[in-house]
Design a protein around this ligand. Sequence first.
Ligand code: SF4
Ligand code: SF4
Length: 340
Amino acid sequence: MKAKLGLGGYFSNPIDDPIKIIRHAYDNGIRFFDTAPSYGGGELWFGEALEGLPRGYHEISTKTKAITYHQLKDDLKNSLETLKSAYIDYYFGHDFIDSVESWHSHSQTLLALKFFKSRKLINKIGVSGNSTEAAVLAIDSGIVDCIMVPHSIMHRQFDNVISYAKMKKVQVITMKNFGSGILLGGNENRMDQKASVSLQNIMNFSIHNSSSDIIIPAVRSVNQLDELLHAYKYSFELSYEGTLQIEKRLTDFLGDDFCRFCNYCRPCDMHGWSMSQPGILKAYLYNDKFNIDMNETYQDYKLNATNCTNCDNLCSKRCPYGIDIKGRLEESHQYFTGGN
Ligand code: SF4
Ligand code: SF4
């Protein structure tokens, strides 16, 4: 089954005006738009870019982090106003399935979501997050119409969960389809030169081999969006051997324990969300493998390996790829500062 191409709303350091990018997406046939109040100007941009277009021909997805009924009511009201829409097509509990605990702690919000769905302010209830166990609980709950989970040719933890969701008639939207840019080698498609893996092939996998219903890559520019649209148009199903070959090329180049930015290791057990292990590892990988200057980005992190004192590599125990996070942070620090 061919997945639909949607547009992700996380415009990190956009080169072009996000409103221009959204309108370009619409003009070129994209009809699914994902955003969240926490994505910078996210909802505002979508509200403005899509204003006046006939409703019913495109779908808007946004998210809430509410814990209580009243918070949800306020969030929903704000999102409807900002998006300038009478209803929301997909309303996601943001990170509700990041852990089993998180799933259970949002039981009140889920009931509230059901209530607002019955009032037709929401068409579909979704939950997003990174935990396979929590995703299964959500699928089994009977409340959730859709899950949003990370998935790409090099991030396959959710393979079985996606099949299960399909069996239970729960829709699947996949995010991080290009591994937060890593599978492209940044924005200039360096992976093609470095490992002979084209954007086309990464797209082929997500569109035809992943069982996803909708993918939501984010872009920084109109040009980048045009590249995705082109790859989508000419996408085809990869053979089993073809998939293995691409995985091998990526693994040969990146190693099999590169950070996939799944965020399972966060928050840091000692410093909470102030420590960004994935951010530091990404800076290291981009600079080291793709020669992208990430020195300034690294220096901007207030916490780094020097702050991992009195900790027995606790976050590593949560890493599904067995990365020695403390060791890798130390390597990064050495790399960027020469140990100073
Ligand atoms: S190893 Fe460092 S980043 Fe990981 S939990 Fe310990 S202090 Fe936090
Ligand atoms: S270090 Fe491991 S757990 Fe943390 S983001 Fe990277 S892959 Fe995920």
